[in-house]
Design a protein around this ligand. Structure first.
Ligand code: 1GP
Length: 251
């Protein structure tokens, strides 16, 4: 029998990055029904998004994660990536998982403990792990609080660069600088460009990006992928959604 080789989600992302910045939409499975999540994914796909991240800091279960992933795939056909809040939630219905370490957590569990707990299940379920270093930047919001992070200060470029280099030297596939969902100040463009200059691994930026101006600033500073969550959950104006996604992608 002929072996069917399917492209991994990681390869899908890596193949697209050279063509320009990607936009990833974050959907929290605890915030709406799977059917509503599917509808959001369909609209955001029309706007031009490249993939859907599924996750949240609280209230995510394997059940709502699975149901949401299936509804999103059915409605949009886009790749889904689990963005885990902890090891209690796992699903084989998501295409891939950000196998991530919160690099600047003060709690060992978030740096490596939960990963050790989850790894055998990830293997058993056959989920594609995409290694990622996750760095919390001020203000850090809920995820910074839950993860007991020591956030990188907005003007502390050297520390941000040191974290990015550490992720690269560890062999992680991506590094994600996160200001926190709903942040009033996104990751500053000066920090993004310094990090981008320092490492070769793709740089993901998220937290507090909800205007075309903020998305454009992150893209121009060198972000390889831009994540928006709150905007997608709250915005029922497709024209605005499209404007932010286009500004993120530069199209
Ligand atoms: C959170 O970076 C993401 O993990 C998205 O943040 O909800 O502010 O877009 P927003």
């Amino acid at each position: 029998m002929k072996k069917v080789i399917m492209m991994t989600v990681k390869q899908y992302l890596l193949d697209r990055i050279p063509q320009g910045t990607l936009h990833l939409a974050l959907i929290d499975p605890d915030k709406q029904t799977p059917q509503e999540a599917g509808e959001i994914a369909r609209r955001i796909k029309e706007a031009g998004t490249d993939a859907i991240m599924i996750g949240g800091s609280t209230g995510v279960t394997s059940e709502n994660l699975s149901a949401t992933a299936l509804a999103i795939k059915e409605a949009s056909g886009l790749p889904t990536i689990h963005f885990p809040g902890g090891p209690q939630e796992l699903s084989a219905d998501v295409d891939a998982l950000f196998f991530m370490s919160m690099m600047n957590s003060s709690k060992m569990e978030f740096v490596v403990g939960y990963q050790v707990y989850a790894a055998p299940y990830v293997k058993k379920l056959g989920i594609e792990p995409i290694s990622m270093g996750y760095v919390i930047v001020e203000p850090g919001m809920k995820v910074g609080e839950v993860g007991k992070a020591v956030p990188v200060k907005q003007d502390d470029i050297d520390t941000a660069v040191a974290y990015a280099l550490t992720c690269e030297m560890y062999g992680m596939s991506f590094v994600y600088f996160e200001a926190g969902s709903g942040a009033d100040r996104p990751v500053p463009p000066e920090m993004i460009s310094a990090v981008k200059k320092a490492v070769n691994i793709p740089v993901i930026i998220g937290g507090g990006i909800r205007t075309p101006e903020a998305a454009e600033a992150a893209r121009k500073a060198g972000a390889d992928m831009i994540v928006t969550g709150t905007l997608i959950e709250q915005c029922d104006d497709d024209t605005k959604l499209r404007a932010v996604v286009k500004a993120a992608k530069g199209i």
